[in-house]
Ligand binder design. Structure first.
Ligand code: DOR
Ligand code: ZN
Length: 471
């Protein structure tokens, strides 16, 4: 059999180690991995001498703003940023306009994404009090999972109260899909923000004061209990505090299907950076005091935190640099800088490159039901590949990035380790650091998703069974 492409002389990284090998690709899939002499003949060969070959990163947390906020980002600019960042698959959040809350809106987003994406993607459906009824049409329309906002953030999606959250989990449990959680306690934040505003506090520190660590640990603890009761699968987004690790680990030990992620900004930035980039660094949950960093690193490396993602949240400069913190849009871009930042940590000896592949590709593929089609470079896997130069030094300049948002706290940061080429299903989307190929190559991954069978618990107490019984 003739391969379409054979990549020679690279170092192929898996969660188990690094091997010097060639990789053959045919029809968008990995055909073989092994010695160069064992490779089939190929239409094209590519020399990866000195480079590492990784499964492309799967970023399960991005905001591409389309439809709704074209000045911040759209599917074309967002997926271009991903491609240049070595990211081959993203999951897009539902806080667009309109929010991804029913089948019709979801279908419209699918059409936009299919026409503009450079890389593969999944779409989240919004789960909240108002979408319990639309869950079946969201499932039919093709989602990767649900997003539930326990706390308010950009987009002002109403947070369900505890009663509604329980009902949301009951309904989600029966679908088997995972629910990603913005786990911050809304009542505490609302009350504190009101008080702080009345007291005239409006700087970066006031934002942190409105969202102290307890806001996160309370929400994670509550969500873990509701997931344990219902059997819902949950994913704690953007872990930012040391305190959240205890309920996360305890729930895992009890067998709750709970997973977690953190983002580079919680590992590498702290309140020490507030004075340097006020407003620009504003994000929910906030970048916190330095003492949170080491416990989060530890949890990432010991596997308590499963995933490194970005919460890529682009905004315009004007929206990030207002004097009053309560009017600043929270979040900043990250999908393009995650891999260089984390490879820098690999170079610093924080973790191995195999650890990095586990948290950036293998684990997200596993927990979202895409493994080994995605997240692996095994025969039969999609040939989604990041080819990186671990020795390459680079300075992040926001002005040079693909994202439409040219403002982040990473501007001027030195990194060591850079994706040089990216392939999605065997096709180059970045070559020699340049975006290549036409938009519209990306495909939704919902159709290849295979989650384990749902495990519904306490079904006899669910709202659905009670109302059915009394009907
Ligand atoms: O800072 C944030 N920005 N946190 C979120 O949860 C949402 C995001 C956004 O959409 O801008
Ligand atoms: Zn987010």
């Amino acid at each position: 059999m003739k391969a379409d492409l054979v990549i020679n002389n690279g170092k192929i990284v898996s969660p188990d180690g690094v091997i010097e090998a060639s990789i053959a690709i045919k029809d968008g899939k990995v055909l073989a991995v092994g010695a160069a002499s064992a490779m089939p003949p190929a239409t094209e060969t590519f020399d990866a001498t000195g480079l590492h070959i990784l499964p492309g990163a799967i970023d399960d947390h991005v905001h591409f703003r389309d439809p709704g906020y074209p000045h911040k980002e759209d599917w074309e600019s967002g997926t271009a940023a991903a491609a240049v960042g070595g990211v081959t698959c993203v999951f897009d959040m539902p806080n667009t306009i309109p929010p991804t809350a029913n089948g019709e809106i979801l279908a419209a987003k699918h059409a936009i994404a299919a026409s503009k994406a450079h890389i593969d993607y999944g779409l989240y459906g919004l789960l909240g009090d108002n979408t319990i009824a639309t869950v079946p049409e969201l499932i039919d329309g093709g989602i990767i999972g649900f997003k539930l906002y326990m706390g308010n953030t950009f987009g002002k999606i109403p947070s369900p109260d505890t009663g509604a959250t329980l009902e949301c989990f009951e309904v989600a449990a029966a679908t088997g899909k995972r629910v990603s959680l913005h786990a911050e306690n809304n009542d505490i934040m609302e009350r504190r923000q009101k008080r702080l505003m009345a007291a005239g506090k409006r700087d970066q520190w006031a934002h942190l004061a409105a969202r102290p660590n307890v806001v996160a640990v309370e929400a994670v603890s509550r969500a873990a209990i509701l997931a344990e009761w219902t059997g819902a699968r949950i994913h704690v987004l953007h872990i930012s505090t040391a305190e959240e690790l205890r309920p996360l680990r305890e729930a895992k030990a009890r067998g709750v299907d709970i997973t977690g992620e953190t983002c580079p900004h919680y590992l590498m930035l702290s309140t020490d950076d507030y004075a340097r980039v006020p407003g620009i660094i504003a994000v929910n949950p906030p970048v916190r005091e330095k003492q949170n960093q080491e416990p989060i690193w530890g949890a990432l490396i010991d596997g308590s935190i499963d995933v490194i993602a970005t919460d890529h949240a682009p905004h315009a400069r004007e929206e990030k640099t207002r004097n009053d913190i309560w009017t600043v849009d929270c979040g900043f871009p990250g999908v393009e800088t995650q891999m260089p930042l984390m490879l820098t940590a690999v170079n610093e000896g924080r973790m191995s490159i195999s650890d990095y592949v586990r948290m950036s590709a293998v684990n997200p593929a596993r927990i979202w039901g895409l493994y080994p089609r995605k997240g692996a470079l095994l025969p039969g896997s999609d040939a989604d590949i990041a080819i990186v130069d671990l020795a390459r030094e680079h300075v992040i300049h926001d002005a040079e990035t693909q994202s439409r948002s040219k403002v982040s706290p990473w501007d001027g940061r030195k990194v060591r380790g850079l994706p040089i080429h990216t392939l999605v299903r065997g096709r180059f989307v970045m070559k020699d650091r340049k975006l290549v190929g036409a938009k519209g190559w990306g495909r939704s991954v919902h159709a290849i998703q295979a989650m384990p069978e749902p495990k519904v618990l306490n079904a006899e107490h669910s709202m659905q069974s009670i109302t059915r019984a009394s009907a």
